[in-house]
Write a protein that binds this ligand. Structure first.
Ligand SMILES: *[C@@H]1O[C@H](CO)[C@@H](O)[C@H](O)[C@H]1NC(C)=O
Ligand SMILES: *[C@@H]1O[C@H](CO)[C@@H](O)[C@H](O)[C@H]1NC(C)=O
Ligand SMILES: *[C@@H]1O[C@H](CO)[C@@H](O)[C@H](O)[C@H]1NC(C)=O
Ligand SMILES: *[C@@H]1O[C@H](CO)[C@@H](O)[C@H](O)[C@H]1NC(C)=O
Length: 782
């Protein structure tokens, strides 16, 4: 059948991982289609006969693997390991899936399990039953087995166990099963589940000065990857307060007084996960019952019992399975710094911890017995993959150009003394400071004028205004504020982004307190100021002409009725140095793209104004999409984007690519060099083995970190009519990594989508309103 109405056939995510290309599915579905990849990669316009399951594009890739590939070839090969272990099953392994029927029907899942497990002699000790489906590692004698059980009340129950499926190791259902199995193994190892990850309470790290404890643990996913079914595993840390909720409430009451206590307490506590020491289980605080005391009672079975007596007498409390998420604490910067010294792991330590964990599974007799029963095991070593290091880029700055050190991807030194590509003069500006910061303000102004000369950035003397750091005085000078510093920043930004559109720069006085670093800091500030006024710092060579790069991100504002904020930025010129930015606020239930459609149309019109032509290629980098939303986002948003393009003119048909970007991923890569375990250098691309069979995806390492392990970024090309080969797509993406102008970060945070991220974040965190249209053409939010 043709794709459903509204289904664009973008190469989106499938509901489950695709199954093997079985004879059955071949016979069921058959269709004709042009494989756009073969057309673009091999250069033929071939018509393929191929077969599809749910989304016709899926198997297109499988079929076309004979003809073309989603992997690139350029760059220098580099041997890496990935944080994945293959799951091995014995030869001819099959999982038997049974349907279980009860007569009369049993409501309670626990009772159903108990009744079924009375028949261990028949079904065996290796079994997994979730209340509906039973999995066994072996085949029962008959296709249908009838069993008889008796409840405690003497009721006879007939159980019918019917074989419904024999599943090969790569079946999507098996992936689910491996996950269930693995959770069981983790429980055998006494790991404690919090949210989606597992932690080890028996190996805590205490940080008494902050009343905190860190539990080491792991985030795991088991999936069908390109080359095998694998468990990908990363180190995770859970930070726990070591004080009790009661202590916390007491000190909070002392700080904020009785009047606002309940309100602040609810804000601080609801959503947090707590651990009860008497059983080492975790719970999430959903609400606080202020009108209750320990003397209140609740129904327990037939009788009423007070909470006080319940906790006195009962040691077994309900299990916490199914608890999910839990909001993170908000810590002060200093505490974060102390924490990161404990939680940041160098590549060798991280690799060692992962290997030790898999080693521990193999050493634990009970865990091993469980795996053996099912005929499964894990690889003993991390997966080997070959990556490719892309060549470093030449940076162009005005008439000058230079290369940077490929191992660090940092060109601060190279650009020293060189003028920026372009920077409008700063002739009319104000500096506002408190009396206390008089000295810092004076030296910043002086140093700015010193460093701006070589940058070619002309700065006139500012009007300096001193204000009293009191609520009333800043009220007069700038705008309302409340007590803490973030509120002050927020109100300044809100005023200057919405009511009186003016580029602005806030500087915390503490950053100016080290005289020896002042030159470097003033340079960074000058560069940011130049950008905010539409200046252009540097560029790289991008051979594609008439190209528009679009970045989209969203942010969920937890205040103000949980609105979503969508941000769209679009490049306006060939050098990718000027950007159009737009932010929309959406109410709950509205799609981000509904609001951003208008923004994209406006961006195209702006492009036309600057360039006297429309872009012939548009590449959209979309951030902020969870795995679960991927399919919806792809199908819905791509059609919205196309609508928006069509609204410019019926016969305007640019080439379009949509790439979903994920930065917070648990994939890690390690580079083994002469016995050392290092981070892969910037520019490393990985597009085999750990990619997904149903996606056109790749990873790029685009930063160099001094401390800890580098996080690669994952790119998933979900829609593509660009005709670009994977090599080109990867290279272009890496080039764009050099175009992020927030000076402190280098290629650390990158891209158009990161501009979009910054914009959404500023609006969500501070402004809570749509910025003034006069700022659309400026990077005012850097
Ligand atoms: C809970 O975990 C701690 C280690 O963090 C251990 O000392 C204690 O005995 C455990 N308590 C129970 C009830 O399992
Ligand atoms: C609970 O009841 C006991 C005895 O009935 C009483 O002494 C105590 O004050 C009550 N506690 C609260 C918090 O109401
Ligand atoms: C990875 O390669 C190394 C060295 O070539 C080898 O010793 C190791 O067994 C390989 N790992 C796996 C999981 O195949
Ligand atoms: C765009 O880039 C060109 C150089 O490629 C530059 O000369 C121009 O000033 C830039 N800005 C705009 C707004 O076109």
């Amino acid at each position: 059948p043709p794709p459903a109405e509204g289904d664009l056939g973008g190469r989106g995510r499938q509901k489950g991982a695709p199954g093997p290309f079985s004879a059955e599915s071949k016979a069921k579905y058959k269709s004709t289609c042009i494989c756009f990849l073969c057309q673009m990669i091999c250069g033929h316009s071939l018509i393929f006969f191929f077969f599809f399951l749910e989304d016709y594009q899926v198997l297109c890739k499988i079929v076309c693997l004979h003809m073309c590939t989603f992997s690139g070839t350029t760059g220098t090969p580099i041997q890496l390991t990935a944080n994945c272990f293959r799951i091995l099953s014995r030869p001819q392994w099959v999982l038997y899936q049974y349907h279980v029927d009860f007569k009369p029907q049993m409501e309670s899942r626990r009772l159903r399990s108990a009744l079924l497990f009375q028949h261990e002699t028949t079904i065996g000790s290796a079994r997994t039953y979730d209340g509906a489906v039973l999995f066994l590692p072996h085949r029962l004698h008959n296709k249908e087995t009838v069993l008889h059980s008796m409840t405690r009340n003497g009721e006879n129950v007939q159980i019918t166990v019917t074989l419904t499926n024999e599943l090969p190791p790569t079946s999507p259902v098996c992936i689910q099963f491996y996950n269930i199995m693995f959770r069981r193994i983790l429980r055998i190892l006494n790991m404690q589940q919090i949210g989606r990850n597992y932690y080890n309470p028996s190996d805590p790290l205490n940080i008494p000065q902050h009343k905190l404890t860190i539990w080491p643990g792991f985030a795991t996913t088991i999936l069908q990857y390109e080359s095998a079914i694998m468990m990908c595993i990363d180190v995770s840390h859970r930070v726990l307060r070591s004080e009790t909720v009661l202590d916390f409430m007491a000190s909070l009451r002392q700080q904020c007084g009785n009047q606002r206590f309940t309100e602040i307490c609810a804000k601080e506590l609801i959503g947090l996960i707590i651990l009860t020491k008497y059983n080492n289980k975790t719970y999430r605080i959903d609400d606080i019952a202020w009108n209750h005391t320990p003397n209140n009672t609740f129904k327990r079975g037939e009788t009423d019992i007070s909470f006080k007596n319940y906790f006195k007498t009962v040691s077994v409390v309900p299990s916490t399975r199914g608890n999910s998420g839990g909001k993170p604490f908000s810590f002060k910067e200093m505490i974060m710094k102390d924490l990161s010294t404990h939680t940041r792991l160098t590549p060798d330590k991280r690799e060692e911890r992962l290997s030790r964990f898999v080693g521990n599974i193999q050493k634990d007799a009970e865990a091993q017995a469980e795996l053996d029963k099912w005929g499964l095991s894990f690889d003993k070593q991390l997966l080997n993959v070959t990556g490719r290091i892309l060549r470093g880029e030449t940076i162009f700055q005005g008439s000058r150009s230079y290369e940077y050190n490929p191992m660090t991807a940092d060109w601060a030194r190279e650009m020293r003394g060189l003028a920026l590509m372009q920077s409008p003069p700063l002739s009319n500006w104000l500096v506002l400071h408190t009396r206390r910061n008089y000295n810092e303000a004076q030296s910043l102004v002086q140093t700015l004028s010193k460093v701006s000369g070589p940058l070619g950035f002309r700065i006139q003397r500012p009007v300096v205004i001193e204000y009293d750091d009191h609520q009333e005085s800043l009220l007069r000078v700038v705008v309302i504020l409340s007590s803490n510093r973030k509120d002050k920043y927020d109100s300044v930004k809100k005023y200057l982004c919405v009511d009186c559109p003016t580029p602005s720069q806030c500087v915390v006085s503490r950053t100016l307190s080290r005289p020896q670093a002042l030159m470097a800091i003033a340079t960074k500030i000058a560069l940011q100021m130049a950008c905010k006024m539409g200046g252009e710092l540097w560029t790289v060579d991008i051979p594609l002409k008439q190209l528009m790069i679009v970045g989209i991100d969203c942010y969920h504002d937890t205040t103000a009725g949980k609105r979503s904020i969508g941000a769209l930025v679009a490049s306006l010129n060939q050098s990718m140095s000027r950007w159009f930015s737009k932010c929309v606020l959406q109410h709950r239930g509205q799609e981000i793209m509904d609001g951003l459609k208008m923004a994209l149309t406006a961006a195209l019109k702006d492009y036309l104004k600057f360039n006297k032509c429309l872009p012939s290629r548009i590449i959209v980098y979309r951030d902020g999409v969870g795995d679960g939303q991927l399919h919806g986002v792809v199908n819905y948003e791509v059609s919205q984007i196309m609508d928006s393009i069509k609204s410019i003119g019926q016969d305007y048909e640019p080439k379009l690519s949509v790439v979903v970007v994920k930065k917070r991923i648990s994939s890690r890569f390690f580079y083994h060099n002469n016995g050392n375990v290092l981070n892969p250098p910037p520019g490393t691309v990985i597009d085999t083995d750990v990619t997904r069979p149903e996606w056109y995806d790749f990873y790029i390492v685009s930063q160099a970190v001094q401390l800890g392990s580098v996080s690669p970024t994952h790119y998933n090309v979900v829609y593509d009519t660009s005709g670009l080969k994977p090599d080109h797509m990867q290279r272009l993406t890496y080039k764009l990594c050099h175009m992020y102008y927030n000076w402190q970060c280098w290629t650390h945070f990158i891209y158009s989508w990161f501009y979009a991220h910054k914009l959404a974040f500023l609006v969500g965190q501070s402004i809570h309103r749509e910025p003034n249209v006069e700022l659309d053409d400026y990077l005012f939010y850097l």
